[in-house]
Design a protein around this ligand. Sequence first.
Ligand code: G1P
Ligand code: ZN
Length: 539
Amino acid sequence: MLKIVSTTPYQDQKMGTAGLRRKSKVVMQENYVENFVQSVFDAIGGVSGQTFILGGDGRYYNKIAIQKIMKMAAANGMKKVIVGQNGYISTPASSRVLLKNKADGGFVLSASHNPGGINGDFGIKYAIASGGQCPTSISDKIYENTKNIKEYKILEAPDIDLSQIGTQKLGDMEIEIIDSVKDYVDMMEAIFDFDAIRRLFAGGFTFVFDAMNAVTGPYARKIFEEILGAKKGSVVHAEPLEDFGGLHPDPNLIYAKELVDLMYSDKAPDMGAANDGDGDRNMILGKKFFVTPSDSLAILTDNYKLIPGYKNGIYGVAKSAATSTAAGRVAEALQIGYYEVPTGWKYFCNLMDSKRITFCGEESFGTGSNHIREKDGIWAILFWLNIIAATGQSVEQITRAHWKKYGRSYYMRNDYDGLDVDVANKLMADLEQKLPTLAGKTFGSYTVAEAKPFVYNDPVDGSSTKNGLIVYFTDKSRIVYRLSGTGSSGATLRVYLERYETAKLDENVEEMLKELGDVSRQIGEITARTGKTKADLLT
Ligand code: G1P
Ligand code: ZN
């Protein structure tokens, strides 16, 4: 039975860098999900006759939110919802399924790499027909609706069983439950040389993939162990759990500690890799060796000819402004297009749609290509395996050869967590005021060449976005300051440090960036304003 429920608006439903992300307990408030979903439906002029993709990373509240959304979709006249089996779908798989089925939109229920559980975070990402997250023009409209919403529509019906593949009806709406793993595997097989990777594993190459108890376990088992022949047990933490088994599913040197410890031990396999909660982030490690995401993007781009799916040519490459400039040097050498965009995957999508770029990446462990409109963790790992299979070189050898050819960007991100929102905003506002006075000034051994806000003018839709403040130094070093847009409480200041070297290629990263870190605190007045003498998290 169709019900129209009156509701009162929440004032905090503005989407951040990647969808709406809040504490689970906030999302569990009465009508919180319903208000947001109805506001999306209304912002796009209703969903009558449309098809949507639905699924999540399996975190706490995933199942409940999925039932609500299906019932609301049916009540709003949607024609069909395509749901991942048991309510699971990784972010990259959802983009693939959306594009393959020419669906009108989709919801991925995920707070990505943020911890899950009742005391963790929950999130809702809304994707449009292009397969990417909705642009600001639409998210602004959604936000306006959430502040004024008075009622929503929902079907009163029993919960749908999502465990069996197949179709069923909810009111007049069709629900198709799919095996999203299969669709995803087919796509990967069409891009990479699976035979070469099979031979690599058959030859004794050892590998560990850490799914961090999140959504990629089933995808990874199928691809790496069953299809490509990696040893059984190569995929660890493969069961998706509602609280990720207490893990913080962010694949970096801090949170993927178990994997990192293994890779730096004498028992290390040839390659280690991890994904985040919803499967769009990746981390690549060799034996006692870590590849920064910025370098990874540059290396993949430089080696595109080794991959069957790209060997006929690529358009260009893009990176977020905060990401190191390594990909830019490759773009110059290959004479392909090169773009710098604000932080957030959605800014890459117009460039992919308009055939300006093929590859893109962010320092935050996101890499991807125009095969979908999200970043793709397993794709990046397969790309590395394919390069290793084709060249016979190790992760470390490939990376070192790259530095030798192009020079090395020593790179690190410093996060200052849990800041008071007003203090953080004022720090950024005052720093922006100060930028024009910095050129020519010297801080220790660094002299400022130029300092300005990063402003991106989208060449496709003409929109302009300001995101972060950049200080450029005369020796090509850079400091980028910005506030995080994905947290669920307080503010996080992210400071990105980069120092470019052509001769000193084998130094310790922290030591190489020590002085620049001090300079970043001095220019940003970080210690004076926040009381923090060092960052809380270095990645
Ligand atoms: C963070 C990352 C950014 C990424 C986003 C979603 O956003 O920095 O690169 O696109 O998560 O995964 P931030 O919290 O910095 O706004
Ligand atoms: Zn993610």
